[in-house]
Every structure is written in C-alpha cells, then in structure tokens.
Design a protein around this ligand. Sequence first.
Ligand code: AMP
Length: 458
Amino acid sequence: MSFEALNLNELLVRALSAAGYTEPTSVQAEAIPPALAGRDLMVSSRTGSGKTASFMLPALMRVLAAREQAAAERKAAGVEAAPAPRPERGTERFGDRPSRGAPQQAKGPRVLVLAPTRELALQVAKAASDYGRFVPGLRVATVVGGVPYGAQLAALRGPLDILIATPGRLIDHLGSGKCRLDQIEMLVLDEADRMLDMGFIDDIRLIVDATPAKRQTVMYSATFSGNVGRLATDLLREPQRIEATSQTESHSDIEQRLHWADDFEHKNALLDHILTERDLDQAVVFTSTQRDADWLADRLHEMGHSVASLHGGMPQGRRNRVLQGLRSKHLRVLVATDVAARGIDVPTISHVINYGLPMKEEDYVHRIGRTGRAGRSGLAVTLAERRDSGMIHRIQRYTTQRMPVATIAGLEPKRAEPPKPFDRPVRPGGKSFGPRPAGKPFKPAGKTFSKAGPRPAR
Ligand code: AMP
C-alpha cells in the first residue's frame, strides 16, 4: 500500500517521501482511513510503530482542509489576498512561506494533542513539523511544564493550528483564561494509560470539558482496561478499535537477553563488559531511581564513557541538551529513568540495558521500545539479581515472551539460576505457583502501585 492510496494530500506525501518513508506502517494503514472519515478511535500500538504519524497526518489534513475552505470563501467573496499573520513568539512556523493569499486563521487551535511527558510532547511537535513541512504557514505550539510561561502565552494568543501539551501546564493556562479550546476539531490522547498512571485523570477531564462536544477524539493506549477503558467510554462516540500489533507480536526486531548477576559488583562488571561491545552504537541504560541514574552516569563518566543522565528531576533545558547530545551522537550512553525516557526516538540506539528493573511490567515494554526503531534491529539486555526474579517472571508473563538467559565468558554467575515459577514445589494446600491456566486473565502478583494517585518521583 502507498501513502497516495490513503488519500493524503500531495503536500503531506511529499514530506513523507522527503523523510524516506515509502509505505505506511500497519498502524498508519489501519488508523488513517477511519481518522480521515472523522471516526473516534481507540488504538493500541507499540512505540516505534509509526503511531505518531497515524494521528498527525489526519490532523494535518484537517489544517489543510481549513486552509482550502478559507481560501474558497475569500474567493467567493472576492476579497483581495491578505498577508499572512505574523507568527507570535513561541509559535513554530513551518512550511513554505505562505502566499499572499494565506487565510487568516481563527484563534485557538484546531487540533489538540495531550501527551504524558515533555519529551513525548516535543517528539510529537517534531513529527508535526516534519510531516507538515510543506503545509503553508503551519503553526504548531507546545505547552509543557518546566519551561518559562512567556513564550507559551504568546503562542496561545496568536493564531494556531496544532497545540501539543502536557495536561498539567495546559490546565495552568486554562485556569488563567489564557488558552481557548473552543475551536478544537480533533483531540488526541497519546499514551492515555500513562497519563492516568501519572495522576492526570482530573486534568484530562477538565481539558476535555473545555473542547466542543462535536470534536473527533482519538485515544492511544497500551491497554483499554480499567480506568483507561472507563475514560474511553466517557469521551469517545462509537469508537473504532484498532490493535495494530499485539503485545506478543511486538518487538520481533528486538532481541532480548537476561543476565543473572550474583551481586552488585557482578552486575557492574556485566554492564562494563556490555558497554565495550563493538556492535554497540548507542545505549540507554535504565535505572530505577533518579539518584541511581546520576550515580551511575558519574561512575561511567569516570571510566571514560561519553555519558549523561536523564531524569525528571532535571530542568527542561538540560534535558533537551542531553537529548540533543544523544541525537548528534556526542553521547554514546544515556542513563535514564522511565518517565524521562518516554518519547526518546533516536534510531541509532542499538542497546537498551535494564540496570535497575522497572516498577511495572508495561515499563519494560516501553523501555525496550527505545531500540529496534525505524526498521532497525536492537538488543535489550536485562541485568537481574536473585531478588529481581519475581519481576522478571511478571514481565515474561506480560509480554508472553521468554527472556533467554545469556552469559559472558569469564563473567558467568557463580550462584545457580533462581527457580522458575513452574519449577517450584506445590504449596501445602494444593495451590501451585505454576503457569496460569489457559484462558484465565493474568493478575500480577506482589507489589503494585495504585492507579489513582501520582507515582513516586523517579
Ligand atoms: P513512532 O511510533 O511514532 O514513535 O515512530 C517511530 C519511528 O518510525 C520514527 O522514527 C518515525 O520517524 C518512523 N516512521 C514513522 N512512519 C514511518 C513509515 N511509514 N516508514 C518508515 N518509518 C516511519
């Protein structure tokens, strides 16, 4: 299938060819036609599958349609072409210079994308600029926390096509009356499950209430069970469900490996060895806490690696510089926490290394999705100590994939591998720890975090 077959405007197809894309990915082929038809959507699709374009291209089609309609109305009214409005500070202008006839836009954006983190929001904004590079005078603004208000306020005052925001900061602007959402035609909730995990449910509902009821709403989420499902029921009208890839099918281009470490020193020795592997282009090393990320980055720096840490405790400017360093390949190793690493889209990341295990099984899937992007293959290595065995089993059940155990010559573990759940003896009383019977939904055992409240700072 080609992009032309999806009935996309020639200006968008041109931008896609310039980006080197020859055909739509499966989520794009499945989601774009109903999105263009104005349907509400519930989409599950893994990161790295091209999901951003699957909503951004229909969003840009709306912008183009509005441009054409305004131009037609002007023509019908015989109005002389007016100069394009001056861009406001903080608004990014893309595309060819608008012709003298560029229409005056209505105030307030037509499209609103809500994303859980600053990084993801900036990533989505970049996609808007890439795919919309030939859309005349396209105006995209991002409203995210951790950056000064001034430029954002100026951007919100001016004419705007697409607004990409994290819920917290957008609520601030709504509360002060500085942002209007009454022109919204299309609302996108990207990584909705993540936004709910981060405690944004009330903010999302307030934001949605400020948009017109007749809008189109598309929701992207790894799962639509529980709170996410309830939110979908409340916000969407006769949605079409799209599951582009199942959890099991995903990551076929990512090789997973598990190394058992005897102790902390052994784990560090394994990491040091992996970081010197010749086929390692760039690596993201995940830690469980911000403090571990800083500590490990310092340690690796002392060992001579070009490395930096990335976590939510850092000011936005520094986070942006670190990501830029990764993209420009000045950095070879990034030590990151889960929240900060969302939205990192650097195709040259060849290795993801789990140095500290995630707190939730879903985070593992998001972590390893940082590699194997844009059609390349990647390696996801997990370093686990015995005490991590519960989480390892939960991850394997969640992904329904085994992490093959690997060893490194000279660094083999001295302790025996922890028993697999189905190797354990049957408990007195008859209940075994064995694999769950077919058809029974899996409920993760052990520590879980409440979905209601915000997660601990990581
Ligand atoms: P996403 O899942 O939106 O984060 O996209 C993952 C990566 O795939 C990004 O680097 C995109 O630039 C790239 N991408 C998106 N659509 C296509 C396509 N149709 N063909 C090739 N690469 C694509």
